[in-house]
Structures are given as structure tokens and as C-alpha cells.
Design a protein around this ligand. Structure first.
Ligand SMILES: CCCCC/C=C/CC(=O)SCCNC(=O)CCNC(=O)[C@H](O)C(C)(C)COP(=O)(O)OP(=O)(O)OC[C@H]1O[C@@H](n2cnc3c(N)ncnc32)[C@H](O)[C@@H]1OP(=O)(O)O
Length: 394
């Protein structure tokens, strides 16, 4: 169907509705037939063909078949190709549609084609200027784009190694909610620059706001809970493209992703005890489940930094790619994933997740409760002061 600029999908769905009737009456679309005798010019016909590509709504297979048949009839005259076999549903449906127009002249078919496209365009209402992408409008510290069925959420503070500020947590929650509802098939998280993300921005705990330090800890706890909840409840496949070192909360939530791809030089580090803190992102549950208690304890209690290959052997990372070909190999693969049937993907993910959603929410609540205490502890305050005074690298 390349010539008519349309694609017919799902042989089974097509078979079901085309089998019943070859009469094209299209509900919801009023045909403004200007009369076959007047005849549309070749220019009108070409314009209509171009307009077809601008339709925002999928007109459905029934209409697409009609468009196809009119296009063939207008450009080639009556159907003159052998009838496809009964089991070749798509080609049989197309052939039947074209064949059913054999008594229509080419000129008349051209006019009907033009009228049909006009009707579809006017059914969509007046053209509205496309707003700039939400990323450009709304987000300060993220780059969010949707292309080829993939919504990409990119941490975008490379000068601070993509550390997550309080505002950035809010932006990430918004971006995830939006991605969960948009028409993309998969969602990808990645980082700008040489880091994936250096975790919580330690400045989040340095200013003492009105209401005192207890209120700050409580508010941060609420924010963290919502942040992690956005991952637990995320309805579509969520894929991390770990382009460099990852720290703290950016590592712990990886246990809530469906797939994690990492470049060879990436590292994974959760230095909680070093910072006087405790695990979050449901890692106190997901890490032992993924890698076993002993290995999880090395990471979550004893601050062990693991390489991408080690993280892959532990089951936290799905696959590791050479640094040189990481981006091209991963994005080629993601583009192919985004062509899979979206509903099937989302429903399969939800089946997997639904078994333990309740558990994950309970773990999130418990982790946040513990962290609120930790943030008020001398151990934690001392660790943060040390970072800003001596700037020891983790
Ligand atoms: C709502 C609240 C929820 C809280 C949830 C809790 C989560 C827990 C965690 O996430 S724990 C992990 C916290 N992260 C860290 O402790 C990392 C601290 N940073 C470092 O150790 C190093 O900066 C580094 C190893 C990430 C990178 O070292 P490198 O030498 O390559 O680069 P610089 O140190 O020069 O970094 C460039 C500038 O970026 C600033 N920066 C980097 N990470 C953070 C961070 N997490 N918080 C604050 N600032 C960070 C760094 O200070 C440099 O800034 P400067 O140019 O102004 O000096």
C-alpha cells in the first residue's frame, strides 16, 4: 500500500470486518461528493494524497481499504491482478476492495478519492498549531522527547553529573505521568553528558527551610514516596539506558525498570551507609530478590561499587554494550521494540507488575519512614557536611 501512503494493519481484524461486506459506508465521515462528472484534476488528486499523510487520527482499516481501492482504481483502472489465496487475508481484502470498484471510471475514482480525503481532513476540525514539545516548555532539568514510539526522559544537568534536585524530582514525576499516558510504546530514561545520574543532589539537605529540619525531612519523604510510586505504577515498558556512572537513588529504582542496558564503563554505586542513610527505591526488596541477600548487602550495606559487567552478572543490568557502539546498538534495538503492539506490551508488563504492586508500595512506605529518621540523624548530617567541606569523591 505504499503508493496510497497508508498501511493496513492486523490481518485478523481486517479479515473480520472486510469479510462481512464490500460496501463502504463509513460511519462518522460525511462524504462531500462534488460529483464524479466534474472530475478532480491531477493536482487536486496529488494534493489529496499529500493531505492523507497529515491526518492525525487513524481513520481505521475500513476507510484505509477504501482509500487504497480508490487510489488503485484512479491510477491503474480496474483490478487486473490474480486473486490472492483465501489465507492471504490482507492482500485478499485489498484485492476485493479494488475489484469492487471495477465499474467506476478512473476519473470518478479520482474524484471520490479527493472527496474522501477532504471529508477526513474536515472531520478532524480546523488545523491547530502544534504546541512546542512539552519538554521545551515545562522542564528545567530534563529533556523529554517523543519520537518513533519512544518517549525519552533525559536527566539534563550534566555540569552537576545529573544530580537530582527537589524540583527535578517533581519534574520526573510529571514526565513519567505524562509518558505513561502519551501515545508512545516504550519509555526510556537516560542521562546527558558523561554520567547517568549522581543520585540525590546533596544540596537538597543543606538549606534549613521555614518550619525547621523536621518539616524538611517529612516533605522530602513525601516527595520521595511519590517519586518511587511513579516507577512502581508506570504502565508501559520502562527501559534505562545507563550511559555512565550511576549513584544512589538512580541505581536503586533500576530494580523497578523492565530492562536496563548499560555501557561498559558505567558503574553502579549505592553508598548509603557512607552517607548515614538507608536504601530507597524499593531496593531493600528488589535487590535481594534480584541478586540474593549476600550480594545485595555488599551493595546496600557496604557501599560496594559494581561495574556494568558485575551488575549484569548480578541481574540488575540486562545487557552490557561496548562504549563505542553503545548508543547505536541500543537505540536500534529500542526502535524495534517500539514497533511491537503497544497494548500487548503494556498488558504483559502489568501482568508481571501486578503480582507485587502492593508489596512494592508497602516497601516504599517503610523505606521512606526509615529515611525520614535517617535524614535527621547526626550520621547523615555529618556525611553531607563532609561532602561539601572536603568534597571526597564516592
Ligand atoms: C527528596 C529527597 C530524596 C532523597 C533520596 C535519597 C537518595 C540517596 C542518594 O541518592 S545517595 C547518593 C548521593 N550522591 C552522592 O553522594 C554523590 C556525590 N558526588 C560525588 O561523589 C562526585 O561529585 C561524583 C563521584 C558524582 C563525580 O565526581 P567528579 O570528580 O567526576 O565530578 P565533580 O565532583 O567535580 O562534580 C561536578 C559538580 O557536580 C556536583 N555534584 C555531583 N554530584 C552531586 C550530588 N549528588 N549532589 C550535589 N552536587 C553534586 C559537584 O559538587 C560538582 O559541583 P561544583 O562544580 O560546583 O564543584
Amino acid at each position: 500500500m505504499a503508493a496510497s501512503g497508508i498501511k493496513v494493519i492486523s490481518p485478523w481484524r481486517l479479515f473480520r470486518f472486510v469479510r462481512a461486506s464490500q460496501v463502504f459506508r463509513i460511519p462518522g465521515v460525511q462524504l462531500h461528493t462534488t460529483g464524479a462528472l466534474m472530475g478532480a484534476s491531477v493536482e487536486d488528486f496529488n494534493n489529496a494524497k499529500a493531505q492523507l499523510g497529515t491526518l492525525k487520527k487513524d481513520p481505521g482499516n475500513h476507510v484505509k481499504l477504501k482509500i487504497y481501492a480508490l487510489f488503485k482504481q484512479a491510477t491503474q483502472g480496474p483490478c487486473n491482478t490474480p486473486k490472492p489465496g483465501m489465507l492471504d487475508f490482507v492482500n485478499k481484502a485489498k484485492w476485493d476492495a479494488w475489484k469492487s470498484l471495477e465499474s467506476v471510471s478512473q476519473e470518478e475514482a479520482r474524484q471520490q478519492y479527493v472527496d474522501l480525503i477532504k471529508s477526513l481532513v474536515s472531520a478532524e476540525g480546523p488545523a491547530v498549531a502544534t504546541p512546542p514539545p512539552e519538554s521545551a516548555q515545562a522542564f528545567q532539568s530534563l529533556l523529554v522527547t517523543t519520537e518513533d514510539g519512544i518517549t525519552t526522559i533525559r536527566f539534563n544537568r550534566p555540569e552537576k553529573k545529573n544530580a537530582i534536585t527537589l524540583d527535578m524530582y517533581k519534574e520526573l514525576i510529571d514526565a513519567l505521568h505524562h509518558a505513561g499516558k502519551d501515545d508512545s510504546v516504550i519509555t526510556v530514561m537516560t542521562g546527558s553528558g558523561d554520567f547517568y545520574c549522581s543520585g540525590n543532589d546533596l544540596n537538597n539537605f543543606t538549606g534549613i527551610p521555614q518550619g525547621g529540619i523536621e518539616k524538611m525531612a517529612k516533605d522530602s519523604g513525601e516527595l520521595l514516596k511519590h517519586y518511587v510510586k511513579a516507577y512502581i505504577d508506570f504502565p508501559k515498558p520502562l527501559i534505562a539506558v545507563v550511559n555512565g556512572p550511576a549513584l544512589g537513588v538512580s541505581v536503586t529504582v533500576l530494580g523497578l525498570f523492565d530492562v536496563v542496558y548499560a555501557t561498559e564503563s558505567a558503574t553502579f554505586h549505592t553508598p548509603f551507609s557512607q552517607l548515614g542513610q538507608s536504601p530507597e527505591g524499593c531496593s531493600s526488596y528488589t535487590f535481594p530478590k534480584i541478586m540474593g541477600n549476600a550480594k545485595a548487602s555488599e551493595m546496600l550495606l557496604f557501599n560496594k561499587k559494581v561495574t556494568a559487567t558485575e551488575a549484569c552478572n548480578l541481574g540488575l543490568v540486562t545487557e552490557v554494550f561496548p562504549d563505542g557502539s553503545f548508543q547505536s546498538e541500543v537505540w536500534t534495538r529500542l526502535k524495534a521494540y517500539a514497533k511491537l503492539p503497544p497494548k500487548s506490551l503494556a498488558l504483559s508488563k502489568q501482568l508481571i507488575r501486578s503480582k507485587e504492586k502492593e508489596k512494592l508500595h508497602a516497601v516504599n512506605d517503610a523505606e521512606v519512614e526509615r529515611l525520614i529518621e535517617r535524614w535527621l540523624s547526626d550520621e547523615c548530617m555529618q556525611a553531607i557536611m563532609n561532602f561539601f567541606q572536603a568534597k571526597p569523591k564516592l
